[in-house]
Design a protein around this ligand. Structure first.
Ligand SMILES: Nc1ncnc2c1ncn2[C@@H]1O[C@H](COP(=O)(O)OP(=O)(O)O)[C@@H](O)[C@H]1O
Ligand SMILES: [Mg+2]
Length: 322
């Protein structure tokens, strides 16, 4: 898909307030959304707690392709099904081009399926107003710079709350700045900050409206070791505030430390869906889709065929006990 010039629904600065709404400059997906107001979202639907059997997100027979400028059609998802339940912490993994970002954009309404439905809490996104989608789900883009549309991160963080008249938005903004260690940087333009600061600010923007579902597209990509560690700690910390979360990532250490369910995508299809043991224990699968377990897992297996260590802590305690 080299010949599709546009940006495929990524946010473009200045386009909107709601960074998400901005993103609706969908390249040339076969159908693009008119309901893109989805970056920062807010509360879960009020009745969500009364309907535990309804998935938080559901893909039903979804087909989506991109059309090149020459008119050729490239199908990314073909009759794709997936259910995500409330409360799940999911890692979405798979090589570049597997469809991770496309799936996330469908979930927030930045892309529309050519066929099939994507539903949030039981009702199709296509039937929802942008406002409603944005109250339920939030996407933090792979490129944090795309989250900044104002002249200061304080304004970026507060913006979605201000336009929705969220009570005490000033106080909430201050709390978010504090929580993400950004108070001293609040007047800085997000695009001029360091990689780690940008990531922290993009996470703060993403959770500003207290979304019931948070999607993070490669939150630890291109970070140095110290910053990555810091973001990992922030993500761990966020587990309490965000009920349902999906992280698309190549970072297997993050996957093993953070995720409770791992979905492996290959060529737009789910080729595995399970626990760390199920996914990384299957050598055939790892070879097939080119995923590699964390180094520590491989090292532990070299010492003991039955080792089940996925993190350094597990390695240390596992071999101490043995
Ligand atoms: N704007 C676009 N125009 C054309 N093709 C695209 C566009 N965005 C993504 N694709 C194609 O869709 C497929 C899935 O891409 P993507 O969802 O970005 O995968 P991932 O996030 O797993 O790397 C790839 O083949 C990619 O080339
Ligand atoms: Mg991607």
């Amino acid at each position: 898909m080299t010949d599709t010039p546009a940006v495929d629904g990524e946010a473009s600065r200045g386009n909107t307030s709601d960074a998400a709404s901005s993103s609706a400059a969908p390249a040339e997906p076969e159908s693009e959304s008119d309901a893109p107001d989805a970056l920062a979202s807010s509360a879960a639907p009020e009745d969500a707690s009364n309907m535990p059997s309804v998935p938080a997100v559901e893909f039903n027979d979804v087909t989506l392709g991109y059309r090149s400028v020459k008119g050729d059609r490239h199908v990314v998802l073909d009759h794709f099904d997936l259910s995500i339940n409330e409360g799940e912490k999911i890692a979405l993994i798979g090589s570049n081009g597997a469809g991770k970002s496309t799936i996330m954009k469908l979930m927030v309404g930045l892309l529309k399926p050519a066929a099939g439905t994507v539903s949030l809490f039981g009702s199709p996104i296509g039937n929802k107003k942008a406002e409603e989608i944005s109250r339920q789900i939030s996407l933090v883009y792979q490129n944090p710079e795309e989250m900044f549309i104002k002249d200061s991160i304080e304004n970026d963080i507060s913006f979605a709350m201000r336009v929705r008249d969220v009570p005490q938005w000033e106080e909430k903004t201050a709390q978010l700045l504090e929580r993400f260690r950004l108070t001293d940087l609040r007047n800085r333009d997000g695009r001029l900050m360091s990689g780690g600061q940008m990531r922290r600010a993009s996470l703060a923007i993403g959770i500003a409206l207290n979304p019931s579902i948070l999607l993070l597209d490669e939150p630890t990509a291109n970070l140095d070791i110290a910053t990555r560690r810091e973001i990992m700690a922030v993500l761990d910390d966020m587990k309490d505030i965000i009920k349902t979360a999906v992280i698309a990532t190549h970072d297997m250490q993050l996957v093993c430390q953070w995720a409770e369910r791992i979905i492996v995508l290959c060529g737009g299809k789910v080729v595995a869906d399970g626990t760390r043991e199920e996914v990384f224990g299957d050598k055939r699968l790892a070879q097939l889709v080119g995923i590699r377990p964390p180094e520590i897992f491989t090292m532990a297996r070299a010492l003991d065929d039955d080792a089940r260590c996925f993190t350094v802590d597990e390695f240390v305690s596992g071999f101490k006990e043995a």
